[in-house]
Design a protein around this ligand. Structure first.
Ligand SMILES: [Zn+2]
Length: 380
């Protein structure tokens, strides 16, 4: 069973006490550090992400809150790969999660932790997918839930949040204003702040994405992973997962981790281009990729550090490329994704044409959310 863990700053390593802080004094996001790592990737015959329970922060006597998350299909995209001159592109169908997005991996671990420490109510802020996911797992755990969402969130996502019984609060203005409103509410009511863009427990669940890839590839992982990045919970969790496997001696090398953003909101791409250590100030424009519109990501400095550590590329794409890719993947491969997910494919096409990825190198792209969730993407 899991060894002891502690909270520490992911940038300066300073140990942190208590769960209330959103970040270290230095601005670094908080992460979990383990005293020792397991020697086997799979220790228990459990379904989904709980297959890797010994790598997750749950004590032996704590019951996971689960809806069967994880173990998503990994499918090879032969026709689409050929269209961009690559041979081995794989999609991981994260929309097969219980609420239709990759967020369920993180929600399962976060809500399990919230229940274990005696929370009665959870407060989350989200542009849609995470709000729906946290609301579902809160319902599953019998916890109350408040979700703060931008007023521009697609109706299908808002409906999904409320059907689970969560109380929905629409906030006008920037994505940061939404987070600030949620944090204020959590502080006022002493509820558990479940903000997936800063919670270290949410990221812990995302490690299971890396673990599944390590099991699926005989070499211990693909050569490259590229994903859409806004707050970066999947990006950081994926890197942490591979890093821990390497530290434990289970794999010998880790993939390159690339990220895609919409040109309408690209603070990380702008920083990577400038060689900056923190996200740059950008002017936000309307974009169809609503899931990654975050101007000031809490984990921005960490993401940039990981991007550089693993020689990843940061690529910005236009709305038209995103919508074209969404249609191409549906026509060529039978996969219907939300526009945010298609941003990674548009980014991959750019990296392939720039020669940044070799024709025979393996690449994994997560399909982060179902197309059914965001059927009529209007820039907002
Ligand atoms: Zn720090």
């Amino acid at each position: 069973m899991m060894s002891a863990w502690m909270l520490a700053c992911s940038l300066c390593n300073k140990p942190l006490i208590g769960l209330s802080a959103r970040a270290c004094d230095c601005g670094g996001p908080i992460r979990l550090k383990y005293a020792r790592l397991p020697s086997d990737l799979v220790a228990e015959d459990q379904p989904g992400i709980w297959r890797y329970r010994s790598w997750l922060p749950l004590e032996g006597n704590e019951t996971p809150i689960s809806l069967g998350e994880g173990s998503t299909p990994l499918v090879r995209l032969d026709r689409w790969s050929r269209s961009i001159g690559l041979d081995a592109v794989f999609a991981k169908l994260e929309f097969a999660g219980p609420t239709g997005s990759f967020k369920d991996r993180g929600s399962a671990v976060l809500v399990s932790h919230a229940l274990a420490i005696g929370a009665g109510r959870i407060v989350e802020d989200s542009s849609g997918n995470a709000g729906a996911s946290i609301a579902a797992y809160a319902a599953r755990a019998g916890l109350g839930c408040d979700v703060f969402a931008p007023a521009s969130t697609p109706n299908t996502k808002l409906e999904q949040i409320t059907i689970y019984g969560a109380e929905l609060h629409l906030v006008a203005g920037s994505r940061e204003a939404v987070a600030d409103a949620a944090i204020a509410e959590a502080g006022r009511t002493e509820a558990y702040y479940a903000g997936h863009n800063s919670s270290p427990f949410f990221v812990e669940g995302m490690k299971s994405f890396a673990f599944e890839l390590a099991e699926a590839f005989p070499s211990g992982g693909p050569d490259h992973v590229i994903m859409p990045v806004g707050g970066g919970s999947l990006y950081c969790g994926c890197v942490f997962g591979f890093e821990q496997l390497q530290q434990a001696g289970i794999i010998s090398s880790v993939p390159h981790f690339h990220l895609a953003q919409s040109s309408g909101c690209m603070p990380l791409v702008a920083a990577a281009r400038a060689g900056a250590a923190v996200p740059l100030e950008v002017t936000r424009r309307p974009t169809v990729a609503g899931g990654i519109v975050i101007e000031h990501p809490d984990r921005g400095g960490l993401i940039l550090r990981l991007l550089s550590r693993y020689a990843g590329e940061a690529v910005a794409v236009e709305d038209q490329e995103i919508l074209d890719m969404r249609e191409e993947l549906a026509r060529l491969e039978g996969i219907f994704m939300e526009p945010t997910s298609a941003a990674a494919f548009a980014g991959l096409a750019r990296l392939a044409s720039a020669g940044k990825i070799g024709p025979s190198e393996s690449v994994v792209v997560p399909i982060t959310g179902s197309g059914l969730k965001d059927r009529d993407p209007l820039p907002g």
